[in-house]
Design a protein around this ligand. Structure first.
Ligand SMILES: CC1=C(/C=C/C(C)=C/C=C/C(C)=C/C=O)C(C)(C)CCC1
Ligand SMILES: [Fe+2]
Length: 304
């Protein structure tokens, strides 16, 4: 069994387990501020998947040498800074744009060859489906990022769309099961998790065990899936991870006057939004090439 299949099955099992347990009334994540314990796995498992962007810079754009990496860091951080500025001046529009971009980015998780519509439904699941049963919690979370009125309006729109989205996702997952069963099960498990579990818990499980884990496995394939590939990925991610830690720590110190939950939510999601733009610019190129690395000697990431 390939690493990607094992990761996909693991996600399905955990997603269905978490969805069932929370539906049975077991609180897997404590309410309120303590729920921010979930920020730790998001940071610990989520950040490494973005840190691997250096691999794509090297493989797709031939970035090398001190001057090359300096220019790359400048462009990457410059793009992130522009997002932070946009968020400062137009938070509502920036949040809406971020949610839209995220749905497109997450849609790349599914196996190559999956239809666009199925991808889009899956990609949007973690943004729309939590609003069906947890609209007030979604509004509470959004209110850390935009005005309370804006947050309520956004949660309201997502709530209206969530019913039809669920129906369409269920149909698409059932159709998908006939041609590529694991993709169908992944779609169904993701939808169940997004619908039933508390929104932050659902997002943490999805982001760590599906999005980030799948991206790390794919990147490992991308560089040849050899014994030394894991060492290369570790080395490639080390400096960006340290950089993110330093930048995050500085931002946290700068925001120390804010209440802990509001500060962490802003740091987490505005930080993710800022880094997602340059991250997407690199990763989407690899995705459109079917995760085939033309520079590597190996066959790249061939998915069943
Ligand atoms: C803001 C926000 C949400 C959405 C977060 C998203 C959409 C994150 C996207 C991250 C990306 C795209 C990372 C890159 O790989 C939730 C969890 C629905 C509810 C709480 C507030
Ligand atoms: Fe990503």
């Amino acid at each position: 069994m390939t690493a990607l299949r094992i990761q996909g099955l693991l996600f399905c099992a955990i997603a269905i387990g978490v969805a069932a347990t929370t539906t049975a009334g077991v609180a897997l994540a404590p309410d309120g501020a303590a729920g921010l314990l979930l920020a730790a796995p998001i940071l610990l498992l989520g950040v490494p998947h973005g840190a691997l962007d250096t691999v794509f810079a090297e493989e797709l754009h031939g970035v090398h040498g001190l001057r090359g990496w300096f220019r790359f860091a400048l462009a990457y951080l410059g793009a992130a800074l522009l997002v932070l500025l946009a968020w400062q001046y137009a938070p509502q529009l920036s949040l809406a744009g971020f949610l839209l971009l995220s749905a497109l980015h997450f849609s790349g998780d599914l196996a190559p060859g999956t239809r666009f519509m199925a991808r889009l439904l899956y990609g949007g699941a973690f943004i729309l489906l939590p609003a069906l049963l947890h609209a007030s919690e979604m509004a509470r979370l959004f209110a850390f990022l935009v005005s309370p009125q804006g947050a309520a309006a956004l949660a309201g729109v997502l709530h209206e769309l969530s019913g039809p989205w669920l129906l369409a996702t269920a149909v698409a997952a059932a159709c998908q099961k006939r041609t590529h069963w694991l993709t169908g099960v992944e779609m169904a498990a993701a939808a169940a998790l997004a619908l039933l579990a508390p929104p932050l818990l659902a997002f943490a499980v999805f982001f760590c065990i599906m999005h980030s884990a799948r991206h790390i496995v794919r990147t490992w394939h991308y560089v040849g899936a050899r014994a030394e590939s894991a060492t290369r990925l570790g080395r490639a991610a080390l400096l960006p991870m340290l950089g993110t830690l330093v930048l995050g720590g500085t931002a946290a110190y700068w925001m120390r006057a804010q209440p802990i939950e509001a500060g962490l939510m802003r740091l987490l999601f505005v930080g993710l939004a800022a880094l997602t733009v340059p991250h997407m610019a690199l990763v989407e190129q690899a995705r459109w090439s079917g995760w085939i690395n033309r520079r590597a000697a190996g066959p790249g990431c061939a998915e069943a």
